[in-house]
Ligand binder design. Structure first.
Ligand code: ADP
Ligand code: MG
Length: 534
């Protein structure tokens, strides 16, 4: 009988979720979906009103798009009125509404659920399946999140875990987890790079390993570059080839398009193993009452030609990060490839070319984040087993008059960290301070974290922002008595004044944009094309 309770390591991905545990010091993944180690991060309400999770949910995507919710990780912890959500709403086929707290919610089969709630269905499915598999109850979890997640995104992930019945022991950054899976207890002293290309995002991190000290040195990436962009290139190619062969345009038929989309992803994955694939979709259309079949050959070489620039873009991001850190490719001892899309042979080849060495073997692209999270979970039982040293990847600051953003804690500051500043003196009444996180100069382009409200006696006094080891913000203020006291964010719901400023700015930009370019067709077509779990 093992005395220690199991802590589940969770890689809650945009596209897929994977969970792992440690037994007898060995980390392993739990089969969560019909024997598969990864579960599509998809939640749906069937036409009969049943809640579906994973492949069964993904399978009814075409027939029930409005009630099939995917890619929620892109929405978690974001304000409904934010630039990213505004952008994403155009592409998702399900309805995104404003939640009670100013966050996002979805309409799932007639009931409005917050994003943490929807996410919790995925996590509670994993919990249930793991408990059955391991034959013991599981309470504790360590959940991995992207390094660039803001304070509110982290808080929302924690909330999702809690709603699923977990006691969330720690939030860990995904690249750190991948590095742990590679280097835990192996006594390395080296700098490594984690290249993570998933379904919709590309993340790159540089870490320094000293024994069991894992230090994130720098992070970068592109939140709109991932596997789905590769799929889209294949879709475009197939549509064009079919048009050339038959003069039929399938782009206007949502069902045909969804079949092509699905086949494109499968073909892409197959081409990681094989040199040639025949895409065959019988009865894709009918002409004069007769079925027309789709049959198009695609080689790996052709795929590389269609998508080579996407891979090149990732290496530009890598190059920029190295330059920022004054590092050369040869300064990195190992390169860990993480994320499903990094399995593409072209990515492996470019890695070899760029770094002059092959990517590290034995690091599993789908599993390593979950395995690393599980290892951290296990080590939390022991004193000082692992030390994680992180940096803040997105600056935190406050709103200034006129909507400008003043950074209080800078990007790449080592955490935990604290920084103090003086509050502007109160003219009358309470002092309000809107807190944001982001890289932009203007607050509307950053993520809103909350509003601090101080009694007038605090005006002119010192406020301290503290970022803890999980990258989460705590605020304290010194009152007139001199004693520090913790102030909670007074509200997470965007205050009316901010909403108005936001609406005005967005209207101004929309007017500017529509003058510059005519709007493109949206609807189901765009939703299928652009983002699937991306
Ligand atoms: P996320 O982190 O977004 O949850 P994953 O790491 O699970 O994503 O990666 C999913 C992406 O990886 C999808 O776009 C999928 O098509 C792609 N993918 C999975 N396996 C392969 C493969 N063998 N070759 C190329 N791409 C793959
Ligand atoms: Mg991932």
């Amino acid at each position: 009988m093992s005395a220690k309770p199991i802590t589940l390591g969770v890689d809650f991905g945009t596209t897929n979720t994977c969970v792992a545990y440690v037994k007898g010091k060995v980390p392993r993944c739990v089969p969560t979906d019909k024997g598969s180690l990864v579960l599509p991060s998809v939640v749906a309400k069937s036409t009969k009103g049943e809640l579906l999770v994973g492949n069964v949910a993904k399978d009814q995507m075409v027939t029930n798009p409005k009630n099939t919710v995917y890619g929620v990780k892109r929405l978690i912890g974001r304000q409904f009125r934010s630039k990213t959500v505004e952008e994403l709403r155009k592409y998702f086929s399900y309805e995104i509404v404003e939640g009670e707290d100013g966050g996002c919610a979805v309409n799932l089969g007639g009931t409005v659920q917050s994003i943490p709630e929807v996410s919790s269905h995925i996590l509670s499915h994993c919990k249930k399946v793991s408990e059955a598999f391991l034959e013991e109850p599981i309470e504790d979890a360590v959940i991995a999140v992207p390094a660039y997640f803001t304070d509110s995104q982290r808080a929302a992930v924690k909330e999702a875990g809690k709603l699923a019945g977990f006691n969330v022991k720690r939030i860990i950054n995904e690249p750190t987890a991948a590095a742990l899976a590679y280097g835990f207890n192996r006594g390395f002293d080296q700098k490594i790079l984690v290249y993570d290309m998933g379904g919709g995002t590309f993340d790159v991190s540089i870490l320094q390993l000293h024994g069991n000290v894992f230090e994130v040195v720098a992070t970068g990436g592109d939140t709109f570059l991932g596997g789905v962009d590769f799929d889209n290139r294949i879709i475009d190619y197939v549509l064009e080839e079919f048009r050339r062969q038959t003069r039929i345009d399938l782009a206007t038929s949502p069902i045909a398009l969804q079949r092509i989309k699905s086949a494109s992803e499968t073909t892409k994955i197959d081409l990681s193993m094989m040199a040639n694939v025949m895409i065959e979709l019988p009865y894709i259309e009918s002409r004069r009452g007769k079925p027309v079949d789709l049959r198009i050959a695609l080689s790996r070489e052709k795929l590389n030609a269609l998508t080579g620039d996407l891979v090149d873009r990732t290496f530009q991001v890598v190059g920029n990060l190295l330059a920022e850190e004054s590092l050369r490719p040869t300064d990195l001892r190992e390169v860990l490839l993480v994320g499903g899309q990094s399995r593409m042979p072209l990515v492996q080849g470019k890695t070899h070319q760029y770094f002059g060495k092959l990517p590290r073997k034995g690091v599993h692209p789908d599993e390593s984040v979950a395995l690393g999270a599980a290892l951290l979970g296990e080590s939390l039982h022991e004193e000082d087993a692992v030390t994680l040293v992180d940096v803040l990847s997105v600056p935190i600051g406050i709103a200034l008059p006129g909507g400008r953003f003043r950074r209080i804690i800078e990007k790449n500051a080592s955490i935990p960290t604290a920084k103090s500043f003086r509050l502007p003196p109160a003219k009358s009444g309470d002092v309000e301070l809107d807190v944001f996180q982001g890289e932009a100069e203007q607050i509307v382009d950053n993520e809103y974290l909350g509003t601090l409200r101080f009694a007038p006696d605090l005006g002119g006094r010192k406020v301290t922002f503290q970022v803890d080891e999980e990258c989460m913000l705590r605020v304290t203020a010194e009152g007139t008595t001199g004693a520090a006291r913790e102030v909670l964010l007074a509200t997470k719901d965007t205050p009316q004044s901010l909403k108005e400023a936001w609406n005005e700015e967005m209207a101004r930009r929309a007017a500017e944009q529509s003058a510059a370019e005519p709007p493109r067709g949206g609807g189901l077509f765009a939703s299928i094309r652009r983002i699937w779990g991306g």
